[in-house]
Design a binder for this molecule. Sequence first.
Ligand code: 6PG
Length: 225
Amino acid sequence: MIHWHVKPTAEEVALAARDIIIDAAHRAIHVHGIFKLVLAGGTTPERVYSLLTKETCHWEKWQLYLGDERCLPIHHPQRNSQIIQRTLLDKIDIPRQNIHFIPAELGAVKAAAKYQQIINLASPFDLVILGMGEDGHTASLFPNHQYIESELVHAVFNAPKPPAERVSMSMTALSQNRTLLRLITGANKKDSVEQWRKGENLPIATITTLGNEITLLDQSTFGDT
Ligand code: 6PG
């Protein structure tokens, strides 16, 4: 059952996402003393990350992971880790050891093997954030691509969204969450949202939750269908 939460603007999506993340953090820290959060790459969550920096949080209790990473040099501006560094990490006081990024600079195979060990120990997560591409991909899980289901982390070599070489948490790993938060903004996503609503099993639709799921969209993505 998808809970579609349609907001008038992308800004209101970001504000709602910020509130959901802060609430999940409070609950997780109250229940088990830490907040294990999987961050999304891409541009949609940037505003959410920026809003989070304005909050007063027990950052030392946050453990951050990444849903996927592009195989680029470690300081390449197009790395998801660099986007998150600029929009969030440079502005909050979080211990370095709490940040568990994907060593994608090692190449997809080595990085996936290393990250698999980290995810195996960290799972389940309190909150997983996902974005969605125009084709309905999420993380680096793309339509009409085959992935080894038993893996927690995939080495990806043929991504249609550059760069072709990536590392991605798997559907199985991303589904190990107590709360799943999907963020979708931009009229360019409208067709995929429509296909999804009609039952198309796009990668974004394959990620499930152990608890509750929230899909936040702006009005431009949600036609009248
Ligand atoms: C990536 C992201 C990717 C992203 C979607 C949406 O590495 O590109 O992980 O899965 O979330 O492509 O991207 P935008 O948020 O920029 O539209």
